[in-house]
Design a protein around this ligand. Structure first.
Ligand code: HEM
Ligand SMILES: *[C@@H]1O[C@H](CO)[C@@H](O)[C@H](O)[C@H]1NC(C)=O
Length: 511
């Protein structure tokens, strides 16, 4: 849901279904009805707003940075149809952006992002409609406070904050997927690792019955990607326009709702309550739509970000073998120290015996690798909407109703903060260098200020489990489509972090 970026060519392909002439005309009518007014002292982009809006949705990174490059100003203003958007850069802007109460998070993402499903769209009422991310945070907090009640009673279960994760069950899921990969071959991490993340996310956010049901998961996954692809510029810019994307979004949201509702109903009828997320929320008296919306929100907040960063961490380690060696040594030492070395258990059983506290606190190399991966991969724009009063930032006035965009690359790719910012160099965060401490909110991989990522701990744990399985279990190397070592180190596409040049792993099971 959160930093999901702009639109890939296949999403744009959906536009072929709509008539572009009609689209431009409709857009022009909207534009004409809300012609621009001079506001504040912020530089305003010229040009035809429909085109501006178009590139904001299709090539957001290039759009923002090419326009910053045209002036020394820390901000500029442009129009997305009837909406005013202010783009900011610089340390002062960053501080105001992340710390100011009147810059609303939920409103910011609602219109300008829009892939994540809202049951409101299909006329199912939930508290999400009014409270947005704060209701979601409350649900996460409920799962968090349930931790203690359960952790004493179940021997052999490692209960994690928030989600009552049973590591053995999670690792059984992981193992099932790995058995499907086979002992050696070629994998597409941006498919196979994503599938794994989807499986793990479902396990944490729903219930055992769903997590075990591979057919149900794969159907839900299909609907999820249908929603992802339905966030086309047309659907976002012209929500009233009856495009294919709009229709798909509605269908997918309805079907997702029905499928997940089936599992919530099943849990409501169960005689013995479990410690799964659905049961805990039922126990708190939450309605079925609220629980369904919760699962959808976790999936949308979690899958893309966790998937992308797990994949890129593996790719970066492959292209920087010294880090792969260091990380593997850390995992091997952990297995040696915290599991039964004479047991002959398979890898996933061994790993599931490691306490959560060890995963969280005793993996410094992995921490560095994950942090550096996030720095390089998260270069997208965070969004807010000013819902209260005039707000002055770097001498420019942001009006009530204005949207605000802050490109995280302003910090993450800033050579005054990070030396050689495009290099993968996890040691930049180590004691002695600590480049991320050089400026306010210089590291934004997990957000900052008023809206730090509520899922950070759980997401980090997920990434570590995946990296550990890969490092301890397999020899793997990146290859291109032709099966050869790539000529240059692959980099994320900053306009669209979904978009990857074909990257594969050649792997061989070696535990
Ligand atoms: C690697 C995985 C993840 C990354 C890199 C990530 C990153 C972020 C970032 C950068 C923000 C701040 C966005 C902004 O300020 O505009 C954020 C917020 C948030 N994230 Fe995550 N996230 C991840 C996984 C998750 C997961 C798994 C969940 C849910 C279980 C989650 C739930 C949230 C929520 C609820 C917020 C909003 C917090 C608030 O407004 O109070 N995230 N995340
Ligand atoms: C380790 O595994 C072996 C073989 O299954 C078993 O005999 C032994 O008791 C185990 N040790 C511990 C400390 O659990």
């Amino acid at each position: 849901m959160l930093l999901i970026e702009t639109l890939s060519p296949d999403k744009l392909g959906i536009l072929a279904y709509t008539s572009s002439a009609l689209l431009a005309f409709g857009a022009y009518l909207v534009y004409a009805a809300f012609s621009p007014s001079t506001k504040g002292s912020i530089r305003k982009l010229g040009g035809f707003p429909v085109l501006t809006a178009w590139s904001f949705f299709t090539k957001r990174y290039d759009f923002l940075w090419s326009n910053f490059a045209k002036s020394a100003d820390p901000h500029f203003r442009f129009q997305v149809l009837q909406h005013q958007v202010v783009a900011l850069r610089g340390e002062e802007a960053r501080q105001v952006f992340f710390d100011t109460k009147s810059l609303d998070f939920t409103e910011g993402y609602k219109i300008l992002m829009g892939a994540s499903p809202s049951l409101d769209d299909i006329d199912v009422k939930t508290k999400f409609a009014n409270e947005g991310v704060s209701f979601f945070n409350k649900q996460l907090a409920i799962l968090f406070t349930n931790k203690r009640r359960l952790s004493d009673s179940k021997v052999g279960y490692s209960i994690h904050d928030w989600f009552l994760i049973s590591l053995p069950l999670l690792f059984d899921d992981v193992n099932r997927r790995m058995v499907m990969w086979g002992k050696e071959g070629r994998m597409d991490p941006f498919k196979d690792i994503y599938d794994l993340v989807f499986q793990m996310t479902t396990r944490m956010a729903s219930c055992d019955e769903l997590s075990k049901d591979l057919d149900a998961i794969s159907e839900i996954q299909k609907l999820y990607w249908m929603l992802e692809k339905s966030a086309t510029p047309t659907a976002l810019l012209l929500p009233w326009f009856p495009s294919r994307a709009k229709k798909n979004k509605e269908i997918a949201t309805k079907e997702l709702f029905m499928k997940l509702k089936g599992f919530v109903d099943m849990r409501r009828e169960a005689k013995v309550p479990s410690s799964d997320a659905i049961d805990i929320l039922i126990g708190q008296g939450q309605s079925t739509p609220e629980i369904v919306q919760f699962i959808l929100s976790v999936v949308f907040a979690g899958v893309i970000n966790t998937g992308i960063n797990s994949c890129w961490a593996l790719v970066f380690m492959s292209s920087h073998p010294e880090w792969k060696v260091k990380a593997k040594a850390e995992v091997d030492a952990m297995i040696e120290k915290h599991t039964n070395t004479t047991s002959g258990d398979p890898l996933h059983k061994r790993l599931s015996a490691v306490p959560v506290s060890v995963w969280e606190e005793e993996m410094p190399v992995m921490e560095l690798i994950i942090r550096e991966t996030l720095r390089l991969v998260m270069s997208t724009a965070a969004l807010r909407r000013n819902i209260l009063e005039d707000l002055t930032v770097s001498k420019g006035v942001i009006k009530p109703g204005d949207f605000v965009a802050y490109s995280v690359a302003d910090a993450h790719r800033n050579p005054n903060i990070y030396r050689q910012p495009d290099e993968f160099d996890p040691d930049r965060f180590s004691p002695g260098r600590e480049e991320d401490k050089k400026a306010t909110f210089a590291f934004l991989g997990w957000g900052a200020g008023r809206h730090p990522c509520t899922g950070m701990k759980v997401a980090k744990l997920e990434i570590k489990l995946i990296l550990a399985m890969m490092l301890a279990g397999y020899d793997f190397d990146i290859v291109d489509k032709a099966g050869k070592a790539p000529k240059e180190i692959p980099q994320p596409d900053r306009n669209d972090i979904h978009q990857v040049r074909p990257i594969f792993f050649l792997f061989r099971f070696s535990f």
